[in-house]
Design a binder for this molecule. Structure first.
Ligand SMILES: [Zn+2]
Length: 132
C-alpha cells in the first residue's frame, strides 16, 4: 500500500493501518483494496476489518526500488492471498535471504516504517507481512 501524498495517506489510514476492506452484502465477496461495484453487480457493501493473516503465493527480490524505498534496497515483496480471499502485493518484513521463503508459507500483517518524505522527513508507516 503505497501512498505518496500525505493527505491521501491520512484519508486512507484506516484502510492502510487496519486492513479495512469492503464486503458485498449480496454475495459476501470481500474486496481489498476497496471496490465499489461487485462482480455480482451489487454496489451494496459494508466495511470489514481483515484478519491480517495470509498465505504467500509468490515472491521476488527488489534490487531497483522506487526512490522512496531506495534506503531499504534490496528488499522482498510477496504476492499474498489474505485469509478472507483478496490477493495483494506487499513488502515482506525481516527476511534476510529469499532462500528462507517457500510458496504457501503463512504470513501475518505487521506495522512497520515505509519511508520518510520531504525536507521535514515525515515518516510514513504501514503494513508489511512477516512469516509466522
Ligand atoms: Zn457481490
Amino acid at each position: 500500500m503505497f501512498e505518496s501524498s500525505p493527505i491521501s495517506y491520512w484519508r486512507k489510514q484506516k484502510e492502510i493501518f487496519c486492513l479495512q476492506g469492503l464486503k458485498c452484502i449480496t454475495c459476501s465477496k470481500i474486496y481489498f483494496p476497496k471496490n465499489y461495484l461487485c462482480k455480482c453487480g451489487s454496489d451494496n457493501f459494508e466495511p470489514i476489518i481483515l484478519s491480517g493473516m495470509g498465505k504467500l503465493l509468490s515472491f521476488t527480490k527488489i534490487n531497483l526500488p522506487p526512490a522512496e524505498f531506495s534506503n531499504m534496497s534490496p528488499y522482498i515483496i510477496g504476492l499474498i492471498e489474505l485469509a478472507e480471499g483478496p490477493v495483494i502485493i506487499s513488502q515482506l518484513a525481516d527476511i534476510d535471504d529469499i532462500k528462507d521463503l517457500k510458496i504457501g508459507m503463512t504470513v501475518k500483517a505487521v506495522f512497520r516504517k515505509y519511508y520518510s518524505i520531504g525536507k521535514e522527513k515525515i515518516i510514513n508507516y504501514g503494513l508489511k507481512f512477516e512469516l509466522i
